[in-house]
Design a protein. Structure first.
Lengths: 121, 112
């Protein structure tokens, strides 16, 4: 059974860079699409971006200028960096795997439990 | 971006009664070449990751009770719980994966 686990600092200062790691166990990170999402308090789910095999990335245009994703396939980890954070970036951050069907990048079939990141001085 | 709008925002239903949640997309999420609706439903409880309920609008994920059903096509979709159980209290989201950026409805809070 594939399992995902987010990790990283729970507190980041304004204007600094938020860095998170997603550890994938029970399956290979290779040949799947992986995404980061977040849910600010009192709001709905927001998709941040996706990546594939360290080759292709697609970021939400609303965050594109501040987001970078990467992967370490040797460790089955993938990463999120979000720069110049503000209080509006305070949220629970999730990593998730896309289901693949006949080449279609489809829904999220596995999620991490999420990690709360607060932006505050 | 495809905007997903759910109704209602919150819903209180008695145990054993039917609950219906609607989801509308600002453009069709039906891919005509394969006749698939690129629409999923998730159940989200506090402290847990979102749980996949349906994909392709009406394909039930393994392990999801059959009191849950998903329907609809094009731009209008419905999640129905035929007989509400206490464990169904959660926030429910629809999600389109037809186009990136992938988007979600604002969520419907289901209470007893």
């Amino acid at each position: 059974q594939v399992q995902l686990q987010e990790s990283g600092p729970g507190l980041v200062k304004p204007s600094e860079t938020l860095s998170l790691t997603c550890t994938v166990s029970g399956g290979s990170i290779k040949d799947f699409y992986w995404s980061w999402l977040r849910r600010p308090a009192g709001k709905g789910l927001e998709w941040i971006g996706r990546m594939y095999n360290n080759q292709t990335t697609f970021y939400n245009p609303s965050l594109k200028s501040r987001v970078a994703m990467s992967v370490d396939m040797s460790k089955n980890h993938f990463f999120l960096k979000l720069s110049s954070v503000t209080a509006a970036d305070t949220a629970i951050y999730y990593c998730a795997r896309h289901y693949r069907f006949r080449g279609i990048i489809a829904h999220f079939d596995h999620w991490g439990r999420g990690t709360l990141v607060a932006v505050s001085s | 971006d495809i905007v997903m709008t759910q109704s209602p925002d919150s819903l209180a239903v008695s145990l054993g009664e039917r609950a219906t949640i609607n989801c509308k997309s600002s453009q069709s999420v039906l891919f005509r070449s394969n006749s698939l609706n690129y629409l999923a439903w998730y159940q989200h409880k506090p402290g847990q990751p979102p749980k996949l309920l349906f994909f392709w609008a009406s394909t039930r994920e393994s392990g999801v009770p059959d009191r849950f059903s998903g329907s609809g096509s094009g731009t209008e979709f419905t999640l129905t719980i035929s007989s509400l159980q206490a464990e169904d209290v959660a926030v429910y989201y629809c999600h389109q994966y037809y186009n990136a950026p992938f988007t979600f409805g604002q969520g419907t809070r289901l209470e007893i």
